[in-house]
Design a protein around this ligand. Structure first.
Ligand SMILES: [Zn+2]
Length: 96
């Protein structure tokens, strides 16, 4: 895909690279693989709205996953504290 590169000052072939980036979501560091479009000629990172949107979605997905894992651990802790069976506890919380 050709895009205007502001460094080269003209339309250039571009390619997409994968780079690990760290974002902060509500004070939490979230590492995610971002897809970034670069100029094939000078390697400058070029803004791509579509890829940028995907990167944000991916980061939030990782954040949600992480948060769910944490809360599941907390649930397990409470369950064990009261010696409830998993089935009974799920019934109490109305989880299937
Ligand atoms: Zn360029």
């Amino acid at each position: 895909m050709k895009k205007f590169c502001y460094v080269c000052g003209k339309e250039q072939d571009t390619k997409i690279i994968t780079k690990e980036e760290v974002s902060i979501i509500r004070g939490e560091e979230i590492k995610s693989e971002s897809h970034i479009r670069i100029c094939s000629f000078c390697k400058e990172e070029l803004f791509d709205e579509e890829l940028d949107e995907e990167n944000i979605q991916r980061t939030y997905y990782i954040y949600r996953k992480k948060y769910e894992i944490l809360s599941q651990d907390e649930i397990k802790e409470v369950r064990e504290q009261y010696g409830l069976s998993q089935r009974l506890f799920a019934k109490l919380l109305n989880i299937r």
